[in-house]
Design a binder for this molecule. Structure first.
Ligand SMILES: [Zn+2]
Length: 426
């Protein structure tokens, strides 16, 4: 067994496999990009050896809706109503964006994502080649695309809207019409045809605000989800962010078409949308429910651990039902379902799957006692990013013992501050 890339020894493994097994004192061997063996006392040496004793190993979290580079606009629209914040502040500031700002913001976002246990993400933002460069450098997996608008927002930011998806390595591209209130029928039809031909994700915002529902209904005579179905924009390749203001009938449409819903509870509440994405109805209808943070201008963190907890709390609280969105379901949203949405052969710790996983330190005070609770509730309700000690993506260590394996974290922070100063909004 020589030549292994990486081995984790004696961890508690929350597999997220079909049986949701938990394996104690378990080793995980990685060869190349994939998990090659999972079991006790596995023999052999590896280039990287992680002591998993006292740690919980689980699949890396999948952030199914964000705008990574918007870390440079963190704080720009705080305490603002959605249209006031976006039309009044964010969109004007974005007009000044250059590729180098996107690169700087994306690199900062990746540091934050890794520290909070995210190994892959779905990103809609301008100059996606810059975000791709950041992903390859820092070793994080991304499905990326520039937003498509009928009326372009950023000069030169949408030139590569339709591009070959490719299947290589860490980065793939998708097609991303922005939203039903900014993109008309032709834009969606083109994107749907492209996604079908290229086999890539079609990512869009849907039914985020009541105003959107009102405007789309006025323009088309249909509610957003009904309209998207009528023009052929819904399929298992579609990842629809938000889906807050959907009727029971629209939940049925999303389920019937095998659509993925990327629920963003933190940005939805911070922007005071007033509605709650109907997770039980969407799940029951057969939609693939996943979670996203949304961008740093509306969240303001990119913390998927927090997002899992808020998702569960919001459903419980609004439904008067403490059993709603239980920890096991929510962990599925952030792992298995997310991987499925992005076409990643991961989301569980099993032989043959891509080696995208994280380790949480079970010896931290907020993770104790370990014995008396289930592990999914421990992750969803008790954990926070400070517990994330090791992160492996595509078989490579990105974070080891709380330190970045190769990312120049201090330089990245400085560059991001420089980008913010250049954008002179702060
Ligand atoms: Zn968004």
């Amino acid at each position: 067994m020589m030549g292994m890339g990486l081995v984790v020894r004696n961890a508690v493994v929350l597999t997220q496999d079909a049986g949701r097994r938990v394996l104690k004192d378990c080793d995980v061997l990685v060869e190349g990009e994939s998990i090659s063996r999972v079991g006790k006392g596995l023999q052999g040496k590896a280039e990287f050896e992680i002591d998993g004793k006292g740690k919980l190993l689980l699949p890396g979290l999948v952030n199914c809706h964000t705008h990574a580079a918007m870390t440079v606009f963190r704080g720009l629209a705080d305490d603002c109503e959605f249209f006031e914040g976006w039309e009044g502040r964010v969109w004007p500031a974005e007009k000044r964006l250059k590729p180098r700002h996107v690169y700087a913001g994306a690199r900062l976002a990746l540091l934050e994502m890794v520290r909070s246990g995210t190994t892959s993400f779905l990103d809609m933002y301008f100059f996606p080649d810059e975000t791709a460069r950041a992903c390859r450098e820092l070793g994080v997996r991304g499905v990326l695309g520039a937003p498509i608008f009928d009326a372009p927002v950023v000069d030169g930011g949408t030139e590569d809207t339709f591009r070959k998806s490719g299947g290589e390595g860490l980065v793939r591209f998708g097609t991303m019409p922005h939203a039903p209130y900014t993109v008309g029928e032709e834009g969606y039809r083109k994107a749907a045809a492209f996604a079908e031909r290229e086999g890539c994700v079609l990512h869009t915002h849907v039914a985020e605000t009541r105003r959107e529902v009102h405007d789309v209904k006025k323009a088309t005579g249909k509610r957003p989800v009904e309209w998207l179905e009528s023009i052929g924009a819904l399929s298992p390749r579609t990842v629809a962010a938000h889906c807050v203001w959907v009727t029971r009938q629209e939940a049925g449409i999303l389920g019937r078409n095998g659509v993925t819903v990327a629920h963003c509870p933190v940005s939805g509440m911070k922007l005071a949308g007033g509605g709650v994405t109907p997770i039980p109805e969407l799940s029951e209808a057969g939609a693939n429910v996943t979670l996203g943070t949304d961008g740093a201008a509306s969240n303001n963190s990119l913390d998927m651990i927090e997002t899992m907890k808020v998702c569960s709390l919001l459903q419980k609280h609004s439904r008067w039902n403490a059993a709603a969105a239980d920890a096991g379901q929510v962990l599925d949203f952030a792992t298995r379902n997310g991987a499925r949405a992005l076409g990643i052969d991961g989301g569980s710790i099993e032989e043959g799957r891509l080696a995208d996983f994280i380790l949480l330190d079970l010896r931290h005070p907020n993770m104790l006692p370990v014995s008396s609770v289930g592990f999914a509730p421990l992750v969803v309700y008790s954990a926070n990013p400070s517990n994330v000690c090791d992160v492996v993506v595509n078989g490579k260590p990105v974070l080891l013992g709380g330190r970045f394996a190769s990312a120049p974290a201090e330089m990245i922070a400085r560059d991001a501050e420089k980008a913010v100063a250049e954008l002179h909004w702060a």
